[in-house]
Design a protein around this ligand. Structure first.
Ligand SMILES: [Zn+2]
Length: 478
């Protein structure tokens, strides 16, 4: 039989129990809530919250994103291949250098060069109603009309089915696509997608039946006098005919005139032409990762715009936000473990060659893009974030309570953009910041897309949110 323990031994054991108790208590106190079973709200380390607070205060106090937007738009419109687009490349390269990014460089992109020429003219002539000038603009990539314009009768349609049903009367006429955006669709990008096909494919579809030209109702919910341009593409197997957009107010007028006089004629002249392709550039700047420099979190926008305005929402806003994300991280004195890179892509609007050139570049060989985020939905106040991978959304969960006051109501599956899409096949997770978009198509591709249409504070909120998300991902990885 064992001897009973001595008083000395008992004290020793008591001490051990006491020590164990203290250690358990310390563990419970230090344990973060997300480690405890059943706790719904994960929290972030106070040091990280302090960094977030610093970036938020810097951003909202200084509103530099809008200054960057004004600088980019100061060159005017930046149509792919234009001298203004080249000027913007130079300007942004210099800005990134001035901001002290660790590395700044450009990569070449071969782009189409389409030139609008002098302003377009259009007139409706009716024996019953008289004459009326119409506001039109050539669609991007379209051929011009003959030098003295073209005149023809008009066939109005609202769908490709209706077009096919009218095929017997189409030869020699102008097809007028008058499909408005569906006002009952609450999400504007969905309503846009429903009618964009008339702009993109409408000319070739009409040429299939012998049309001479097409006029396409501008894609906007607004009823106004501003035609909205955008890219159209020809089907090489079909005759190529001129294509132009008509303002929504004049689309309504033309519709009403055609009710009274179906025999009316339209004369119009567009002066656009295709020139030889040129070499342009993507502009790239980065804060090089301190531990994993080859692992990259990318934030981007597109530097090119349409030619009717300085393209403030589309997409100087996205470029400005990308620049401001890096500035905020740097200005807050943070050195992310992974590389944070801003890419201002060339040629989103005229075919996405910049995005494809970036992904295909030899320079990508040694790099691993973990996440790429593009913001190409305008500069309005943010409402949500979207990512292509569910597990990344779970990774970002601890940020939820800190992003909500800045406007982020949800983080869901989705995300992407024309410029970053080619990275998907390399296994990159794609993401987008989603701003409020009910007014976006008021401005989109029209002369109304000016810097004053973007609110500095709303734009800055986008940058602050992305700075937090991107810094978090650059520290944590995916
Ligand atoms: Zn865009």
């Amino acid at each position: 039989m064992k001897k009973t323990q001595t008083g000395k031994q008992a004290r020793k054991i008591n001490k051990l129990w006491w020590l164990l108790g203290v250690l358990s208590l310390l563990w419970l106190i230090s344990c973060r809530p997300q480690d405890r079973k059943g706790s719904p709200e994960p929290v972030l380390q106070p040091e990280l919250l302090q960094k977030f607070e610093t970036m938020k205060n810097l951003g909202l106090r200084q509103e530099k994103a809008h200054d960057f937007l004004k600088l980019i738009t100061s060159v005017g419109s930046r149509l792919t291949g234009s001298p203004e687009a080249d000027r913007a490349v130079e300007l942004v390269y210099n800005l990134m250098t001035e901001l002290g990014f660790d590395r700044v460089w450009t990569e070449p992109v071969n782009v189409r060069r389409w030139v609008r020429g002098p302003a377009e003219e259009a007139v409706a002539r009716s024996l019953k109603l008289g004459t009326q000038s119409l506001k039109i603009c050539a669609l991007g990539n379209s051929l011009g009309t003959p030098a003295d314009g073209l005149e023809a009768g008009v066939v109005e349609v609202r769908s490709f089915e209706e077009l096919a049903s009218m095929k017997d009367i189409i030869p020699g006429r102008i097809v007028f696509y008058n499909a408005p955006m569906d006002r009952t669709v609450a999400e504007p990008f969905t309503a846009y997608g429903q009618v964009a096909g008339f702009r993109v494919r409408g000319a070739s579809e009409a040429a299939r039946y012998g049309a001479r030209a097409v006029l396409v109702r501008s894609i906007t919910f607004r009823l106004d006098d501003n035609p909205h341009t955008g890219l159209m593409e020809y089907d090489d197997r079909l005759p190529k005919i001129p294509a132009a957009a008509i303002s929504t107010a004049d689309a309504e007028l033309l519709h009403n005139w055609l009710q009274v006089d179906p025999e009316l004629k339209i004369w119009f002249r567009t002066n656009c032409r295709q020139e030889e392709p040129v070499t342009s550039a993507n502009v790239i700047g980065q804060l090089t990762g301190s531990e994993f420099p080859e692992e990259i979190i990318l934030v981007g926008g597109h530097l090119d715009s349409w030619d009717l305005s300085p393209g403030a929402h589309d997409n100087a806003a996205g470029c400005a936000v990308a620049l401001e994300v890096l500035r905020l991280i740097k200005e807050a004195g943070l050195k992310p473990r992974r590389t944070v890179r801003a890419v201002l892509f060339m040629d989103e609007e005229f075919g996405g060659t910049g995005g494809r050139a970036y992904a295909a570049s030899e320079n990508r060989k040694q790099e691993k893009h973990l996440v790429a985020i593009e913001q190409d939905r305008g500069g309005a106040a943010p409402v949500g974030l979207a990512f292509s991978l569910e597990s990344l959304i779970a990774t970002l969960k601890p940020l939820k309570t800190h992003l909500e006051p800045l406007g982020i109501n949800w983080v869901r599956i989705g995300g992407g953009g024309v410029d970053i899409a080619p990275l998907r096949e390399k296994g990159t997770i794609l993401g987008s910041l989603i701003p409020e978009s009910q007014r976006y198509f008021d401005f989109h591709h029209s002369s109304l897309d000016v810097p004053e249409a973007v609110h500095p504070r709303e734009l800055e909120l986008q940058a602050v949110i992305l700075a937090m998300v991107i810094y978090f991902l650059a520290e944590k990885g995916v």
